[in-house]
Design a protein around this ligand. Sequence first.
Ligand SMILES: [Zn+2]
Length: 458
Amino acid sequence: MFALYDTLTREVKPLAMREKGKLGIYLCGPTVYGPPHLGHGRATIVYDVLRRYLEWRGIEVRLVSNITDIDDRIIERANREGRPWQDITHKCESVWFEAMGRLGVQQPTDIPHATEYVQQMVEMIGTLVERGVAYATSDGVYLSVESVPDYGALAHQSLDEMLAGGGDREVLGAGEKRHPADFALWKFSKPGEPSWQSPWGGGRPGWHSECVVMSLELLGDGFDLHCGGADLRFPHHENERAQSVALGRSFARHWMHNGFVVDAEGEKMSKSLGNVTNLLDLLDHYDARAYRMLLLQTHYRSPVKVGQDNIDASVKALAGLDAFAARSRGAVVGGDTSTAMADAEVLARFVELMNNDLDTPNAMAHIFDTVRRANTAIDSGDAAAAGLVAAVHEMCGAVGLTLGAIVAVDDDAQAKAAALDAARAAKDFAKADALRNELQNAGWIVETTKAGTALRRA
Ligand SMILES: [Zn+2]
């Protein structure tokens, strides 16, 4: 039974699925106004590992992850640079998915854009106003948090405690709000800003309203799992949940949050501190699998320091696994490990570890231990070698680690891969086959993925 820490109840408990064998996950996606940072990379990798592992276990996973394509920060940047706001969101979104592709993060099954759901958001806010739990001021429409009986459940703080602590000025604010913690569902637009119609005046939805509408719309009431970085727990997730409570709808059954990325001095890395090493830099300078390796060796709830030492250690660990993959390929009986039955005991231990709140650090230690055992078995000509080697490949695949020499794809091969995708899209299968043959003759393993053709060296 797969058990996971639930941020709401603060206990590790079995992930009870609404429908047996099927898991619906909502992951808060990026606000597309700048390059992805390391925190984004961490969140997407953590939930990619979760998804791959559960799929490997035979569970059908539907991962909905949104794009917030309307936001104050997008408007600010558009004004500052004198560009249309859509220009910024389109560019940033393609940079985002390119980075995710390089990280080996699978595309979400659904990618709703906030601007596609504005009508549903207006309807939901209308229901909240009708119910008397939301009200309009001169700058927008707000939810009254005092009308939500368990507000603060995710933060594990009551409203009184939040106020006594002084609170975050940005969160609590002032003005015409009935309570300092009331938050905007709808923000009236200023002249020249992007604007949608509503019964209360032209404007745009608040961020917290976007996610609650898109998650319920696509996954339905009482969906299985809502996740995101620990920085989203409050106020974003608290406020999403508050709206669903105020609507009388059941929301996520389970809440999962991953820890922060901190720099070597332990500072939280975030855009507001301006000390961010962005994800693209990391991808340009290291094996793209290194960040995944580093994160696998850290528990997802712990903060992680990204520094030279642990990135170097990850690169070294990967080199060890790659060398093992190369060595074992030629060393086991028949040379073909793909048909060998993976050692059942080894896999059972791996499952036991992963089922315990996604204990990837111990699961990785188990993989390295299996590598050592397999090497010994190969050295002594032990027949158990093939099963151990196959188990290593199975386990690495289950956490999204591809083993093998990483060779840069040259421009010529890249162009042929693109032409292959185009031919396939045009249903010109003869041309697609010819291109595939050319690539294979040049030594490439040609893989068809959801995102298109992927090339790697054996
Ligand atoms: Zn969200």
